[in-house]
Design a protein. Structure first.
Length: 342
């Protein structure tokens, strides 16, 4: 029903639905604001609270045992990233399967730590310890070059933070959404995966945030579904963008998926929107991520002064899911499965 009806009928008229009840006691509320009526039925708010995330205190750097091999940037060398994202050999892919599975397990452990009152630094601690318990180096730690290395082991991006949030003293609250982005470096290769968690579960969260998170997960699935040999990189974004925008959401353009192998980030870039120039043909053995960032409002971002944290320009919420995958002879394999709850 449209809101026109709400104006056409008087509050005490019989409802249009034939229930025999007065309009004001029946469908009037839903006609005026369907989202609110649905939310009332579900017993949660339709919209998230208007509240901005602020930078907290970043704790000391966590140590990685010296016997765990690290990527070259962890020694303070600039990130090289000169890989062209060519198909990887069977041995590298086999190692990436192990790195991917470990990343998925670390993500599940970090996600299980997400709860009301928990700081994002505590989530980082859980992920850091799970990464090193699995024999891996947490790839974000020290990444990005000597001028402003990422100071923590995972990214934690709360509510309007699009990506690359730095774990700090910020306490998660019921009804928040938080993305935890885990990358591990194991046996010379990286595995990269992330998921957005509802703090306190579905019942604690407003309907818009729940739909945003669900649609973002669907966008990742649609992107994965477009990957097969002979397809082009642009087919991935072409599968994602109409779904997000059809739901009234935005697709972030400034951050993209990426080739990943012995390098954390390399070619090709994987846009999550339809990009005609992304003509590279997918070949068996290519390994890359798909990691759509979907916004409730504008897809444009503002960068915090820390040089990492990217927030939506309008302060509305945003969600993300990520997997690392390998192109196979007839489609692709997702390498970052085997955790739980994602
Ligand atoms: N894991 C992120 C990605 O999906 C990259 C994080 S880089 C960091 O590409 F330095 F912020 F950790
Ligand atoms: Co990534
Ligand atoms: Co990632």
């Amino acid at each position: 029903m449209t809101t026109d009806l709400a104006h056409a009928l008087a509050a005490n008229d019989p409802c249009w639905c034939g229930s025999g009840r007065r309009y004001k006691r029946c469908h009037r509320m839903a006609d005026l604001d369907p989202a609110r009526a649905l939310a009332e039925q579900a017993g949660v708010p339709a919209l998230p609270p208007v509240r901005r995330v602020k930078p907290g205190q970043v704790g000391p750097v966590r140590e990685v045992p010296v016997d765990i091999p690290r990527p070259s940037y962890a020694y303070g060398r600039p990130v090289t990233e000169r890989g062209k994202g060519r198909p990887q050999d069977a041995d590298t892919i086999a190692r990436m399967r192990l790195a991917g599975r470990l990343a998925a397990r670390v993500l599940a452990a970090a996600g299980a730590a997400v709860a009301d009152g928990v700081t994002t630094d505590e989530v980082d601690r859980v992920a850091h310890e799970a990464s090193i318990a699995g024999g891996s180096y947490p790839s974000p730690l020290g990444y990005g070059g000597p001028a402003n290395p990422f100071p923590k082991s995972v990214c934690t991006s709360v509510n309007e933070v699009i990506c690359h949030g730095i774990p700090d003293s910020t306490r998660l609250r019921d009804g928040d959404i938080v993305n935890v982005d885990v990358t591990v470096f194991l046996d010379g290769v990286h595995g990269d995966t992330n998921a957005t968690f509802l703090v306190g579960g579905e019942q604690a969260c407003d309907l818009l945030s729940r739909r945003l998170v669900r649609v973002t997960r669907e966008c990742l699935e649609l992107g994965i579904g477009a990957v097969r040999p002979g397809a082009r990189v642009r087919d991935i974004g072409a599968a994602i963008q109409p779904h997000a925008e059809g739901e009234g959401f935005g697709v972030v353009r400034s951050f993209v998926g990426h080739g990943i192998n012995t390098d954390f980030h390399c070619e090709p870039s994987i846009p999550h929107y339809a990009e005609a120039r992304a003509t590279r043909v997918l070949e068996p053995g290519m390994t890359f991520t798909i990691e759509p960032m979907i916004t409730a409002g504008t897809p444009h971002h503002v960068m915090w002064r820390d040089g990492w944290t990217a927030v939506t320009a309008d302060g509305k919420r945003t969600a993300q899911f990520e997997h690392t995958l390998v192109v196979t002879d007839d489609g692709c394999d997702v390498l970052t499965l085997g955790g739980s709850s994602t």
